[in-house]
Design a protein. Structure first.
Length: 323
């Protein structure tokens, strides 16, 4: 029986272990493989045993997919010059954090003392805190009896309980990845810097919520969810200080309004036509040319054709790159 994907923030464990940890995030390796990112204790090292390559990782006795499930749709439909061929990934969004924003791959960022941060864990859920040290040492004793001295760790105010280990630490405003929860006590929580994690795992980055301007109107959030599919893009810049109107202009939006029924009406400049009948599920789908190069994103259409904006507009507006 096929198993379901698990969202970051959920509890996972080695099938041999009794105690669970938290799934921090999904990441992409340099050779484009999807991986789970969490902590070693509970998955590799645990009370009464040690994990080996090939062990099953489980949640609630159900296997966890090693790769996020993919849904291919309309990959065989071809227009005169273009092919619609998107891939939509599920379960990349971190539970309780930026649920209403697309999941994009992000490179590691550095924690700054005093910064407001948050995490989503299997025990305490979403909690917020503050960075009290951007680099420190801590001695820890794990449930299997092993002890370790951890160096160059991030220390925050208390944000977690036992079972939250592995949670991803993010900046509260821009959702940049900062660290992975590895230890804690009655007053503080400690995170391994995500820069160390991605270097050791040969990972390009981890999936986090899209960064948008702090004062983004509902219209911009609507367009972000409409046009940016989870899993397809990497975002390299923090957009919290960017003017929302500048993003709309980069997208070529000339008009956007919401009706009393809650539906959105949007007009774009600089679109092109794909000679394939439009269906609602095509919104945000990638359009490729005859050389298989991504050239656009579908924004609307009718029973005769799809309407797309150039890919470069979407990438520029949200500082994205295609994976």
């Amino acid at each position: 029986m096929a198993s379901k994907s698990v969202r970051p923030g959920s509890g996972i464990r080695n099938i041999k272990a009794q105690e669970f940890v938290s799934l921090g995030a999904y990441g992409i390796t340099s050779d484009r493989k999807m991986v789970l990112v969490s902590c070693a204790h509970g998955l590799v090292y645990f009370r009464g045993g040690q994990g080996v390559k090939g062990d099953s990782i489980v949640r609630d006795r159900a296997p966890v997919e090693k790769q996020v499930l993919s849904e291919f749709k309309r990959s065989s439909l071809t227009g005169e010059e273009f092919t619609i061929k998107g891939v939509k990934l599920s379960s990349l969004r971190i539970s309780g954090i930026g649920d209403n924003l697309p999941a994009v791959l992000k490179p590691p960022a550095e924690a700054v003392r005093g910064a407001r941060v948050m995490k989503s864990g299997a025990v305490t859920g979403v909690t917020s805190g503050q960075v009290t040290k951007s680099s420190c040492e801590v001695k820890v004793r794990y449930s299997d009896g092993q002890t370790a001295k951890l160096v160059d760790q991030i220390r925050t105010t208390k944000m977690a309980e036992h079972g939250d280990s592995g949670s991803l630490l993010l900046s509260s405003d821009s959702f940049e990845p900062l660290g992975l929860l590895v230890a804690g006590n009655n007053s503080s929580t400690y995170f391994c810097k995500i820069t160390h994690v991605v270097a050791q795992l040969n990972v390009l980055g981890v999936y986090c919520p899209l960064s948008l301007p702090l004062e983004s109107p509902p219209s911009l959030r609507h367009l972000a969810n409409l046009l940016i599919w989870d899993g397809l893009y990497m975002q390299r810049n923090n957009l919290t200080a960017k003017d929302p109107e500048e993003i709309l202009a980069d997208l070529g939006v000339s008009y956007i309004s919401q009706t009393q029924e809650g539906k959105w009406s949007v007009s774009y400049r600089g679109t092109f036509v794909v000679s394939v009948p439009f269906v609602e599920s095509d919104l945000g789908n990638v359009v490729a040319d005859k050389h298989n190069k991504a050239v656009g994103v579908i924004v609307s259409g009718n029973e005769e054709c799809c309407i797309a904006i150039p890919m470069e507009k979407l990438l520029r507006a949200f500082t994205l790159s295609l994976l």
